[in-house]
Design a protein around this ligand. Structure first.
Ligand code: NDP
Ligand code: MG
Length: 381
C-alpha cells in the first residue's frame, strides 16, 4: 500500500488524483485538505476513509465535524491542520495541489518530515524554489512534477544520466486567445477567459493560461526543477496540446512525451514513479490527428510571459511579487472588479514598486505576498 495525503482534494487536480486512487487498489488515502467545500469533502471521507482531514475555514471545519464520525476521522482547520495532514506519520507521498502561495509552508514541512512530494502547486517553486530545492536534497526526498509539461520534461530526461541539455522546449496551447492582438483583448469577459480549448482546470489557472502567465510561472518552475538557466527554456506554441514538452540534447536529438490531454497521466506517473501503470482513457490516434502545429509565442500581446522571463532572471523576491500580483489581479478579474488587460498592468505596477531582496525566507515571501495584496487592493486602473 502506498499512503498518500492530498492537499487540495476538492479541486481539479485533487479530484483527478482521487480518480487515480479509484483505479489503483494499492493507494491508500490517509489525509485530505480543502479550503471550504465541505460537501465534497464529506463525500470524499465516506468514499476514501482518510484518518485526518483539514478544512481551511474554521467554521466550515466545525460544521464538517458534526457531519462525520469523529472516532474514525480527525477534522482540523487552518494552516496547522494543513501541516498536520502534510506531515501525518503514515503518509509517504503528499500531492501538493492547493492553489496559490498558501501551498508553500505545508510543502516545506512535508519535506522536512521526509515525505516525497507530487507537486502540482507551481507557485511553491516559483516563489520558494531557492528554499525548496536545497531542502529536497538535504532530506533526501523525491520531488515529482505533476504539471503536465514538467512531467513530460521529467519523462524526456529518463535514462539520459546527466547528458547535456541544450534546450528545454516547454509547450503551450496558447489558450483561448491565441493569434489575437492586444487591441482585440480589451473587452474580454470572465466567461471568455474561462473557456480553455484543451484542458479542464481550476478557475485561477484557466485565467493564467489565457494570459500566458501560467506559461511564465511554468518557465520558472522548470528552471528550479531541472536546475537550468532560465534562457535554456524556450516556449513553443503547440495548439493541440499533444506534445506535452520536449528536451533537446547537445547532439540535436529532441526527446518528447506525447499523449491525449489528461492530467491523470502525470498524476499517476508521479505517484508510481518510475513504474508505469495502466490508465483507462483515450489513446492518441495519429491518423485522425494528421498534423501538429507549432508557433512562436507572441510576447508583445501576451506580455505576462515576457515579464515572467524578466522576473525569473532577476530572481530573489521578484518572482514572488509577480506571482502575488497575478493572484490578486486574477481574483479581482474573476470578481469583475477590473478589466482583462488590467491583470498585466497590475503585475507591472507591483514589480515597479517593489524593493528587491536577494534571498527571501519563507516568512519574507509570505510578508511580501501580503504587501503586494495591500498595494493592489486600492489600485486604480
Ligand atoms: P482548483 O481551484 O480546482 O482547486 C484548488 C484546491 O485548493 C481546492 O481543493 C481548494 O479547496 C483548495 N484550497 C484553496 N484554498 C485553500 C486553503 N486556503 N487551504 C486549503 N485548501 C485550499 O485548482 P487546480 O486543481 O486547478 O490547481 C491546483 C494547483 O495545481 C495550482 O497551483 C495549479 O497551478 C496547479 N496545476 C493545475 C492543473 C490543472 O489541470 N488543474 C495543471 C497543472 C498545475 P475548496 O474546493 O474547498 O476551495
Ligand atoms: Mg501545465
Amino acid at each position: 500500500m502506498k499512503k498518500i495525503a492530498i492537499l487540495g482534494s476538492t479541486g481539479s487536480i485533487g479530484t483527478q488524483t482521487l480518480d487515480v486512487v479509484r483505479n489503483n487498489k494499492d493507494l491508500e488515502v490517509v489525509a485530505l485538505v480543502a479550503g471550504s467545500n465541505i460537501d465534497l469533502m464529506e463525500q470524499q471521507i465516506k468514499e476514501f476513509h482518510p484518518k485526518m482531514v483539514s478544512v481551511w475555514d474554521e467554521k466550515k471545519a466545525e460544521e464538517l465535524e458534526k457531519r462525520v464520525n469523529t472516532s474514525e476521522v480527525t477534522v482540523l482547520s487552518g494552516m496547522d491542520g494543513m501541516i498536520a495532514c502534510a506531515t501525518e506519520k503514515e503518509v509517504e507521498i503528499v500531492v501538493a495541489a492547493v492553489v496559490g502561495m498558501i501551498g508553500i509552508l505545508p510543502t516545506v514541512e512535508a519535506i522536512k518530515a521526509g515525505k516525497d512530494i507530487a507537486l502540482a502547486n507551481k507557485e511553491t517553486l516559483v516563489c520558494a524554489g531557492h528554499i525548496i530545492m536545497p531542502l529536497v536534497k538535504e532530506y533526501g526526498v523525491k520531488l515529482l512534477p505533476v504539471d503536465s509539461e514538467h512531467s513530460a520534461i521529467f519523462q524526456s530526461l529518463n535514462g539520459e544520466h546527466g547528458n547535456k541539455i541544450s534546450r528545454i522546449l516547454l509547450t503551450a496551447s496558447g489558450g483561448p486567445f491565441r493569434g489575437k492582438k492586444r487591441e482585440e483583448l480589451v473587452n474580454i469577459q470572465v466567461e471568455d477567459a474561462l473557456k480553455h480549448p484543451n484542458w479542464e482546470m481550476g478557475r485561477k489557472i484557466t485565467i493564467d493560461s489565457s494570459t500566458m502567465v501560467n506559461k511564465g510561472l511554468e518557465v520558472m518552475e522548470a528552471k528550479w526543477l531541472f536546475d537550468v538557466d532560465i534562457d535554456t527554456i524556450e516556449v513553443v506554441i503547440q495548439p493541440q496540446s499533444v506534445i506535452h514538452s520536449m528536451v533537446e540534447y547537445e547532439d540535436g536529438a529532441v526527446i518528447a512525451q506525447l499523449g491525449t490531454p489528461d492530467m491523470r497521466l502525470p498524476i499517476q506517473y508521479a505517484l508510481y514513479y518510475p513504474e508505469r501503470r495502466d490508465l483507462p482513457g483515450e489513446r492518441l490516434n495519429f491518423y485522425k490527428l494528421a498534423k501538429l502545429d507549432f508557433m512562436e509565442p507572441d510576447m508583445e500581446t501576451f506580455r505576462g510571459l515576457k515579464l515572467a522571463y524578466e522576473v525569473g532572471r532577476k530572481g530573489g523576491s521578484m518572482p514572488t511579487v509577480f506571482n502575488a500580483a497575478n493572484e490578486k489581479a486574477v481574483a479581482k478579474f474573476l470578481n469583475k472588479e477590473i478589466r482583462y488587460l488590467d491583470i498585466i498592468e497590475m503585475i507591472e505596477y507591483a514589480i515597479k514598486e517593489h524593493q528587491w531582496m536577494e534571498n527571501p525566507s519563507v516568512e519574507d515571501i509570505l510578508r511580501i505576498e501580503q504587501e503586494v495584496y495591500q498595494l493592489l487592493e486600492n489600485y486604480k486602473c
